[in-house]
Ligand binder design. Structure first.
Ligand code: GSH
Length: 229
C-alpha cells in the first residue's frame, strides 16, 4: 500500500528482538516496508542522523521523518494503519495495562534474560532467579488479562504478543549459558501461548532460528565477559 516514498524504512539488526517486533507488527498489518541492516560497529549515517540520542535499532523513517524506540514505533504503526487492524487495545484501561506489561517485559523480564546470557557466577545466578520470578508473573498476567483466551489481548494476536515473542525465541541461549531449564511445565498458559505464537506466519518469517541467534549471542557473551574481567 502507499507510494514508494511513503513506505516505512526500518533501520534494523537481524537478531535484535526490538527490531524484530516492529517487523512482526508490519507483517501482521500487511504494511509494505523497506529495511536497512545496520552494522553495530559501524552505524550508518542514516541511523546516526535519525536517532542521534540513542543510536539504536530499530529506528524507522517514514515520509522523511525519523522515529526511534520499538514500543513507540509499535504505537505509531498502530495509529497510522489502524484502519487495517488494531494492534494496541482501544479501551483506555486495557491500553494502559498493556503498556505496563510491555514496560515490565522490557525492563524486568528481558533484562534478567539478557544478564543470564552475558554474565556468569553470582551475577548470573541472581539473573536466573529474577528471570524465573518474572516468568511466573507473566504466567499470572497472561491468565488474567487474556480472560482465559489464547493471546494476551484475548482472541487476537496483538501488542503484548508482539512485544514478548522475540524474547521467547532466545530462551534456548539463556538455557545453554545459564545451564538451567526454564520451568515451563509450571506455566500452562504461557506454554499454550508459545505453542500458538511460534507457528504464526509473521513470527516464522521474521525471527531468526534459535541456532543463528545462539551463534550471535555466543560472540556477545565472549565480548561481554572479556570486557567485564
Ligand atoms: N529501548 C530500545 C532498545 C533498542 C536497543 O537497545 N537496540 C540495540 C540492538 S538489540 C541497539 O541498537 N544497541 C546499540 C548498540 O549496540 O550500539 C527500543 O525498544 O528500541
Amino acid at each position: 500500500m502507499g507510494s514508494q516514498e511513503e513506505k516505512i524504512k526500518v533501520l534494523k539488526l537481524w537478531v535484535s528482538p526490538y527490531a524484530n517486533r516492529v517487523l512482526i507488527a508490519l507483517e501482521e498489518l500487511g504494511v509494505e516496508y523497506d529495511t536497512q541492516e545496520e552494522d553495530m560497529d559501524n552505524k550508518s549515517p542514516d541511523l546516526l542522523e535519525a536517532n542521534p540520542i540513542y543510536k539504536t535499532v530499530p529506528t524507522i523513517i517514514h515520509k522523511g521523518k525519523p522515529l526511534p524506540e520499538s514500543l513507540i514505533i509499535l504505537e505509531y504503526i498502530h495509529d497510522t494503519y489502524s484502519s487495517f487492524s488494531t494492534l494496541v487495545p482501544t479501551d483506555p484501561y486495557e491500553k494502559a495495562i498493556a503498556r505496563f506489561w510491555a514496560d515490565f517485559i522490557d525492563n524486568k523480564f528481558w533484562i534478567a534474560e539478557y544478564r543470564i546470557i552475558v554474565r556468569q557466577g553470582e551475577a548470573q545466578e541472581i539473573a536466573k532467579k529474577e528471570f524465573i520470578d518474572s516468568l511466573f508473573l507473566l504466567e499470572e498476567a497472561i491468565q488474567k488479562i487474556s480472560g482465559g483466551k489464547p493471546y494476551f489481548g484475548g482472541d487476537k494476536f496483538g501488542y503484548l504478543d508482539i512485544v514478548l515473542v522475540p524474547y521467547v525465541f532466545l530462551w534456548h541461549s539463556a538455557e545453554i549459558f545459564g545451564e538451567f531449564r526454564i520451568p515451563l511445565e509450571s506455566c500452562p498458559h504461557l506454554s499454550a501461548w508459545i505453542e500458538l505464537v511460534s507457528k504464526r506466519e509473521s513470527v516464522v518469517k521474521i525471527l531468526p532460528s534459535a541456532e543463528a541467534s545462539h551463534e550471535w549471542f555466543t560472540r556477545s557473551r565472549k565480548k561481554a565477559l572479556s570486557t567485564s574481567n
